[in-house]
Design a protein around this ligand. Structure first.
Ligand SMILES: [Zn+2]
Length: 237
């Protein structure tokens, strides 16, 4: 059921234009940066509604405005294209469980997948990872696609109140309080996975401790350039 407002905006409404433009751009960024491939999807919450917009069963790198779809948290079609991604419950269940979250990414990131099947945690070893806990993201152990509300709720429970969850033998789900933050986190998680891998080739890394992560999180002077940087790289497409 859609709550709180009777006038649900359409995907093409002026009200949602900025969000939908950024949603499309974020899909292109994840493709361009090699974080995801032909699969995976991004969603954005429709403000003040139990509803979200995602991409309609199409590769993130190929998405256009015509391939956006709006659904409520029960999976009912509200607007746009009519073929939702198989794993739409990932978005519905996380957005329902986390009211402060605006955007969710689900990717088949190779780095998240590798650390989802190893007895080694993906941990912050650079301040780009300051959004993570010192122990790194949890792992959702469920195998198979997340195609039901029940499995979506299990994944949301594994995510808890954190920024990301690895999905064993599958990929990850990453959340943000804005599309820009979701992109910052999703791209940095992949980068940190690669850097964890490289560091481990040489021995036991000296990861950042909780106290050291706090030093970086307390310093708000360092600008967040991720979104502008990744958008600028799309000009090469
Ligand atoms: Zn998937």
């Amino acid at each position: 059921m859609v709550a709180d407002r009777k006038d649900i905006p359409t995907i093409d409404s002026t009200e949602l234009r900025e969000l939908t433009d950024k949603l499309i751009t974020s899909c292109h960024i994840l493709d361009h940066e090699g974080v995801t491939d032909g699969y995976g999807h991004v969603a954005v919450r429709v403000p003040d509604c139990d509803a979200f917009i995602t991409i309609a069963n199409i590769s993130p790198g190929a998405v256009t405005r015509e391939r956006l779809i709006m659904q409520d948290f029960a999976g009912n079609h509200l607007d746009g294209a009519t073929t939702p991604p198989n794993e739409w419950p990932i978005h519905a269940c996380i957005l329902k469980a986390r009211p402060e979250i605006v955007s969710v990414a689900h990717t088949h990131s190779k780095w998240s997948t590798i650390f989802s099947v190893l007895p080694i945690k993906l941990k912050p070893l650079h301040h780009y990872g300051k959004f993570l806990s010192a122990d790194g993201p949890p792992v959702y152990e469920g195998v198979g696609l997340v195609r039901t509300i029940e499995r979506g709720n299990d994944l949301a429970a594994a995510l808890g109140d954190g920024p990301a969850v690895l999905m064993r033998a599958h990929g990850d789900a990453v959340v943000g309080e804005s599309i820009e933050q979701m992109i910052e986190r999703t791209t940095r998680l992949a980068m940190l996975g690669e850097w964890n891998h490289l560091a481990l080739l040489h021995g036991q890394p000296k990861y950042l401790s909780a106290e050291e992560l706090k030093v970086y999180n307390d310093d708000q002077k360092f600008p967040l350039r991720g979104w502008e940087y990744f958008v600028s790289r799309l000009k090469d497409r």
